[in-house]
Design a protein around this ligand. Structure first.
Ligand code: NDP
Length: 500
């Protein structure tokens, strides 16, 4: 048997006699179809690639654990958070968003920050970004938004017009655009960035009381960013630098970690908050909702196989365990459909049976069959049944939420509230150095767009903070009086004044 351990086989486990010469006729080397080993080898190779993710295609991942460091049971009954010291296995995947699978890690982009917690109550996925907000707040805008971040459909080149046209016609994007064009848009590595749920979620406790929460994963390695020049250079010299950094740190046993905090808002506070507390383009001020410690995430094991574990990892913001539930955030509501739909397309109906996605908790479902089914189910395949099959239990229900109202395409009324937090970030949080780099990064990109789009977007920066708009206008060489005039208009008038 020892000798058989390393014998080469086909995918059927049949021993291979020769892997260097195809079966051919001796005279003219006509290859025979009866060489089943050759046929299997070529056919499998032809299918090695699966569709890449439309977004977050380039990523790196690692295994580790999450440990509870503070008692939060007054807010949530989530079993994995039930006791200080409790550890749960995790798998994390970090990524850029817009580029394809071969793109550079140093691109200016939000970074995906996704963590799968293999809990005793099934898989809980935290599918966030390294930014606390997002560009848009309604999922219906998402495909358009992503099209503007990708290549031009005719030339297959980056398209500054599309990028800034959409941003400036969607002014709620200015907060995230400000973070993206600060040096935090080019983190030095995946280890040197924070992670956020960005959305609010519900937590509910044993008593059935519920709260709205946002999670913050703060890097213990410290924030470190690249300047525009450093990021551009790295794209040429080491396009996989962040993938390499994560892999090599873990190989050296220099395990990266994140301290996890929660912001907690009571339901009645959400109703009287100054703006829609579920609007993902905005943060909850930490002065109003301070960070409460929850735990620590440590990544201490590299994947054994990149494709199986990182490429096939499938996260969903709708994978929520008892104690955690969805919130009335329109963007989140769209994402909980879109993520598993993507996985069914990329990986197949039974994507959740792949080892990296399979829960460690026992699965007792009546769903059956489908391509690539890996379970040998026994027992009834219907419910209810009287053959001792698995049963649902009402004790796992999330608290009911009142959603009565008129069903319609309710539009957000655009207001100056959309500019406030970008203005606070620019004026009160960023240092002079950060501001200088932010303006330089914007000028280098917006400078490539048509002038009317430059003017419309710069007016939005001006509305967020007068100095912000003034500095961008100066950098691009725009007439500041024209920018001020546009900034004083309503959004609709500004759009008309800058039409083609
Ligand atoms: P605080 O002063 O309490 O918090 C400021 C936050 O900004 C901290 O989380 C800080 O944490 C973060 N920060 C610092 N430098 C930067 C930077 N260059 N880019 C992005 N974030 C940075 O004020 P508020 O909570 O009232 O928020 C003020 C503004 O800070 C918001 O309008 C928002 O733009 C930004 N912000 C807010 C967050 C929140 O959840 N409230 C989270 C992140 C940013 P750190 O240095 O560890 O990142």
């Amino acid at each position: 048997m020892e000798e058989n351990k390393k014998r080469m086989t086909t995918n059927q486990g049949i021993p291979v006699d020769n892997d260097q010469a195809s079966i051919t006729t001796d005279k003219q080397h006509m290859t025979l179809l009866s060489d089943t080993h050759l046929v299997e080898k070529l056919a499998h190779f032809d299918r090695e690639r699966i569709p890449e993710r439309v977004v977050h295609a380039k990523g790196a991942g690692a295994h580790g654990y999450f440990e509870v460091t503070n008692d939060v049971t007054q807010y949530t009954r989530a079993a994995f958070l039930s006791k200080v010291g409790k550890k749960t296995e995790v798998f994390a995947r970090f990524s850029t968003v817009g580029g394809g699978r071969g793109s550079a890690d140093s691109a200016r982009d939000p970074r995906g920050f996704a963590v799968k917690f293999y809990t005793e109550d099934g898989n809980y996925d935290m599918v966030g970004n390294n930014t606390p907000v997002f560009f848009i707040r309604d999922a219906i805008k998402f495909p358009d938004f992503i099209h503007t971040q990708k290549k031009n459909p005719q030339s297959n080149l980056d398209d500054a017009d599309a990028f800034w046209d959409f941003m400036s016609l969607t002014p709620e994007s200015v907060h995230q655009a400000t973070i993206l064009f600060s040096d935090r848009g080019t983190p030095a590595s995946y280890r040197n960035m924070h992670g956020f749920t960005s959305h609010a979620y519900m937590w509910y406790n044993e008593k059935g009381e519920h709260f709205w929460i946002k999670l913050h994963f703060k890097t213990d390695q410290g924030i470190k960013n690249l300047t525009r020049e450093e990021a551009t250079a790295l794209a040429g010299t080491d396009p996989d630098h962040a993938t390499r950094d994560l892999f090599e740190a873990i190989e050296k046993k220099d395990y990266p970690s994140w301290s996890v905090y929660v912001q907690v808002m009571k339901p009645e506070e959400a109703e009287r908050y100054g703006f829609d507390a579920f609007d993902v383009t905005k943060t909850w001020s930490q002065k109003d909702y301070p960070l409460i410690p929850v735990g620590k995430m440590v990544l201490d094991k590299n994947p054994a196989n990149y494709f199986s574990e990182v490429e096939q990892a499938a996260f969903s913001p709708g994978n929520l365990v008892p104690g955690v539930a969805i919130s009335p955030d329109k963007m989140l509501q769209g994402r909980v459909f879109s993520y598993p739909d993507t996985h069914r397309h990329r990986l197949g109906t039974n994507f959740d049976m792949l080892p990296i996605n399979a829960p460690k908790a026992q699965v007792n479902t009546y769903q059956r069959d489908g391509a690539m089914n890996m379970h040998s189910y026994t027992g009834p395949n219907y419910y209810p049944n009287s053959f001792d099959g698995a049963t649902p239990d009402k004790k796992y229900a999330a608290p009911p939420v009142d959603t009565a109202g008129i069903a319609a395409r309710h539009e957000y009324v655009l207001s100056d509230a959309d500019y406030v937090q970008a203005g606070v970030l620019y004026g009160q949080v960023l240092s002079d150095y950060d501001r200088k780099n932010l303006v330089g990064n914007i000028v280098a990109h917006l400078g490539n767009a048509q002038k009317r789009i430059q003017l419309r977007q710069t007016a939005i920066f001006y509305k967020a903070n007068e100095d912000y708009g003034t500095q961008v206008a100066k950098g691009i060489g725009l007439d500041i009086e024209e920018v001020k005039k546009l900034a004083a208009m309503s959004h609709e008038d500004r759009v008309k004044a800058t039409a083609k």
